[in-house]
Design a protein around this ligand. Sequence first.
Ligand SMILES: *[C@@H]1O[C@H](CO)[C@@H](O)[C@H](O)[C@H]1NC(C)=O
Ligand SMILES: *[C@@H]1O[C@H](CO)[C@@H](O)[C@H](O)[C@H]1NC(C)=O
Ligand SMILES: *[C@@H]1O[C@H](CO)[C@@H](O)[C@H](O)[C@H]1NC(C)=O
Ligand SMILES: *[C@@H]1O[C@H](CO)[C@@H](O)[C@H](O)[C@H]1NC(C)=O
Ligand SMILES: *[C@@H]1O[C@H](CO)[C@@H](O)[C@H](O)[C@H]1NC(C)=O
Ligand SMILES: *[C@@H]1O[C@H](CO)[C@@H](O)[C@H](O)[C@H]1NC(C)=O
Length: 647
Amino acid sequence: MVKLVALTTLLMLLLLSWWRFEGAVGDPQTLLLKQDCSGFIAPDLSNFNQNLNASFADLRSQVSNQSKHFATAQATNGTNPVYAMFQCRNYLSITHCATCLATAAAQIRNCSAGANGARVIYDGCFLRYESNDFFDQIMPRNSILCGNQTAEDSTDFTAAGKQVLMDLLIATPKISGFYAATKTQVSGGGIYAIAQCAESLAQDTCSECLSVEHSSIQGCLSHTNGRAFDAGCFTRYSESPFFADNQTIDITPFLNQGGSSSKKWVIIGVVVGGAVLLVILLLLFPLYRRSRSPKRAPRGIILEATELKAPTKYKYSDLKAATKNFSEKNKLGEGGFGTVYKGTLKNGKVVAVKKLITGKSSKIDDDFESEVTLISNVHHKNLVRLLGCCSKGKDRILVYEYMANNSLDKILFGTKKGTLSWKQRYDIILGIARGLTYLHEEFHVSIIHRDIKTGNILLDDEFQPKISDFGLIRLLPGDQSHLSTKFAGTMGYTAPEYALHGQLSEKADTYSFGIVVLEIISGQKSTDVNIVEDDSDDEYLLRRAWKLYERGMHLELVDKSLDPNTYDTEEMKRIIDTALLCTQASTATRPAMSEVVVLLSSNEFVEHMRPSMPIFVESKLRPHRDIFAAIGSSESNATVSNSIVPA
Ligand SMILES: *[C@@H]1O[C@H](CO)[C@@H](O)[C@H](O)[C@H]1NC(C)=O
Ligand SMILES: *[C@@H]1O[C@H](CO)[C@@H](O)[C@H](O)[C@H]1NC(C)=O
Ligand SMILES: *[C@@H]1O[C@H](CO)[C@@H](O)[C@H](O)[C@H]1NC(C)=O
Ligand SMILES: *[C@@H]1O[C@H](CO)[C@@H](O)[C@H](O)[C@H]1NC(C)=O
Ligand SMILES: *[C@@H]1O[C@H](CO)[C@@H](O)[C@H](O)[C@H]1NC(C)=O
Ligand SMILES: *[C@@H]1O[C@H](CO)[C@@H](O)[C@H](O)[C@H]1NC(C)=O
């Protein structure tokens, strides 16, 4: 008997904990989904804590006394202001809302004392504070949590789920309060779903935030529940009710309402485009589709300064001394962004000092610090570290770690031509792919390099590659406002859709990466013509690689200075195929860099990975400025097809 009671209790507890996990109706739903803490500590702790407590007290009072589901507060007395935001899901009662706030406020203090920014996200609510006003911003960092049970009738469920999520995406930003909750009947049950944005966002920003979540939560749809969350919005669906049936909102009036229908089509376009892209990727890489969840960082969102550490400021006089007054002798090279000098700091540390070309306009001043802050927070072993900066008068100087072995082009095509072994070349290829993956997919904001070429790949003393010059495009002088000032590309490396139409996406870097891989394998420069006796055509690298591929003669491309006994021919073919996948005409079919890493490092050859033909722009147009001159001319009409590049 005692045993039975114990067993029943145990069962009930198990059930209860399951319910808690799911977050039942009539519950403050305090399952912690995510916590982020800024690594930056407020300078004046006591002033900061006062402001933090004051803003939290303000939030509590707005929730409890004014029955608000959304509140912002700011306490700006002194030098350490605090801006705070709280939101609970509208289906929660005010009592539960207040409980969720109390839980969140306690949990958020679990960040290290004085952390000047933090966020906690629960099923039931969300609390965030920063030292700057972030109320109209979103974070480009959406996460998902999928349930661990597969839906019973999974095709029906997935189809219905897709529809519901799409409807919520369209309707929610149009509903005042940016909140919607729906229940949809499916065979054997229902789908409960909500979407919500912070009320202080602009309508467009809410749409943007939800559309990113929308594309990632789709990955959960074969499971009975899923959530996508972000510091600005929230999407959740579940087979089990997490709000009452009478708490739904009729969203049909917002689905086919006129007015912003063009925007709706844009959203649908982007989403359908994204779905097509996803389907293609899934078809291409069936082996890996389970291993990665789709995530996408929208560009152009200002990241909170509190997330990032400030860069080191160097004294101009120190840098001048380190480079012997920027002497010719110390000059390492000259690039699109300025001249690079070797410098030895007072403490003996050797650095690379890049003096940027600055324009007449002062616009650079506004952006310089924030851009440098962003770039100097990029830490990856395959990316050159930006150590700090210096500005004096019109001069803007960046200080980088120094790379002993210079750039890849010097070794591939210079006097040391032919000295790199296959193992070294392979490691360089993989390292570049990893560095780009970090820039595109793993850093806080997605950074598109735009100018990947062998000249921008530096090698350390162990010949490990490090990508340089990323993020600098935004530091170019803005004194000419037309497109070409923002165009950073190099003939022979630039993706056709970017060169010809200015359409920029991460896939432009994928293309340039493919070209670099072909150069590394062949030892031939992308722009050099290889005269082949029995063929009178211009044999630029990409065209030559494609022709050889078509004839199944891949290995002809390989640098003759490589000993054929030092490489595996199947591996070599696979890498050439991967490079050609990267240079396909359609951006949609080019793999993302994270997929490239998988393709490069996997031993299993994916048989139906067939690259389609690239576009050959090089024989008609030469220097890259000319390519730009071709925009709008008849020549540009016929070239790029099938690009799905969200504007
Ligand atoms: C702020 O609130 C916390 C927790 O309620 C308390 O421990 C701390 O002493 C308060 N700090 C100030 C400066 O009021
Ligand atoms: C909110 O209510 C609490 C207790 O009910 C009270 O102490 C506090 O003064 C109220 N705050 C405001 C702003 O009305
Ligand atoms: C601001 O804070 C100081 C102490 O840091 C306090 O003396 C002063 O009264 C505060 N002012 C306001 C408006 O709260
Ligand atoms: C912070 O909270 C998490 C989750 O509740 C917990 O695992 C962790 O130990 C806490 N850290 C500190 C420093 O209290
Ligand atoms: C699903 O996840 C819950 C909560 O983490 C866990 O208790 C349960 O055992 C899991 N079920 C399965 C089938 O893995
Ligand atoms: C919704 O239904 C619950 C019972 O399930 C009831 O207590 C509540 O009053 C209803 N709310 C509304 C707004 O009808």
